[in-house]
Design a protein. Sequence first.
Length: 153
Amino acid sequence: MRSKRTLLLEQLDQKFQPFFQSRTVLVPERGWINTIRTALNMTMAQLGAKLNITRQGVKSMEESESNGTITLNSLKNVANAMDLKLVYALVPKDGTIDDLIQKKAEKLAQKIVLRTNQNMKLENQGIGDEKIDKTIKELANEIKREMRKSLWD
């Protein structure tokens, strides 16, 4: 039987599915607001009127988007004013959430096993590379299954 956490992670990956292609999208240098407004041949004054702000307010909003300080609420308001929808997500840089967890678990397991093996070597009780790899894999699976909080240290 699959655990509740496994089901939650699978559901999360399903929710991410539509966003996976977005990883290749490059944000325009001047930001989305300016790029879309310009493409629509809309003036700052026209967008400002829809937002109830001045032309200067739009300019400042476009600047804050391009330098990364705009708020989600401001982006949502602009999107609504332009008959667009703000889409927002945090997605794994590559692969799925499960892949992210697997990589973190393997990295943590490797750190633990290699540190332990180093101590054992000092006592002339070290283990061979094949056994080390097997131990790392087993520990990684255990860490992933338990979803240890130390995964994120």
